[in-house]
Design a protein around this ligand. Sequence first.
Ligand SMILES: [Zn+2]
Length: 354
Amino acid sequence: MNQHTRFNLPLCLTVEEDAFFHSDEIIKRYIPEIIGQKTIVISEQFLIDIYREKIMDISADFGGAEIVAIGRASFDEAVAIAKKVCIEDIKVIIGIGGGRVLDTAKYAAHISKAVYICMPTSLSNDSLASPFSVLETEGNARKTIACKIPTAIIVDTNMIINAPIGQTLSGIGDTIAKHTALYDWKLSAAKTGTNVEDFAYALARMSYDSVYHCDEKDMTSRVFIRILSRALVMGGLAMEIAGSSRPCSGSEHLFAHAIEEYYPQIKISHGLAVAMGSIPACIFQGQTPEGLMQFFHTYGLDYNPRTYGITEEMFADMWEKARLVRKGRITILSEIPHDKGQLKEIYDRMVTGI
Ligand SMILES: [Zn+2]
């Protein structure tokens, strides 16, 4: 697992004000060979309605590219797009949207071997540059499937600034989760007599540090958006280099997956769920959670389980289920007993915020 002979890196990572309006010039500079190739734009109807002008402009710049709105981020939908791409000799897929659109476009590009240009409209998690797509399989069931990372990533800071604040908070949560994920990765390596991939580890650590130690406390500022965009992309690349999600996903992610799987009625974004999971994970690992809690206060990230309708009993059960959602993944949860007394203490602490 630790010997990787190859990995891909995007040819272009542009984070600029109004980048969407001159995405064709950016692509011409970095990947001139795809200019003039048949292109398709994948998005969602509500985004097409909100950002009509920008999306029409992108479509026109890429030779009148057809704009397709996805319904759900499902495996079937990604395959249907890939089929269309292959049959119509489309060479380039541009994904414009949040996680659902980007995961669908990324997987469609992977199976159709099209060039994939990723253009996020929000920064809600680190999947934008990761070598995985999370897609619905049957009903509400979802699966994380390996795929190729984007060839180009273009972030328009103006788009992100105008995105709902909850999306950016979710992206912050996913970045901060690397703190406990990296601990779990080292623990797992020690248990199995292997090494962590040092470069991937360093990249994920720097991704975390850049946001955790950021001097800019205004998350709608351009400076912060730039730092967060790069942090999320670096997290994705760390996974690409490691050949697994380990640099960005530990016990705090198992907690989030337990919510998704066993408590679908709880409405909480991925990034907020992992942020909430990182506080107990920190305590289980014998680390102090004060720094994280202080950080979350600073940015107004609400980690109080009650806010999301999670009772003390549900909280304890979620941590019990977290042990089951990904068999074979060694984390701090494999090392400690399920202790309801401790979980009650942690729950109370998270409710009071001290
Ligand atoms: Zn995540």
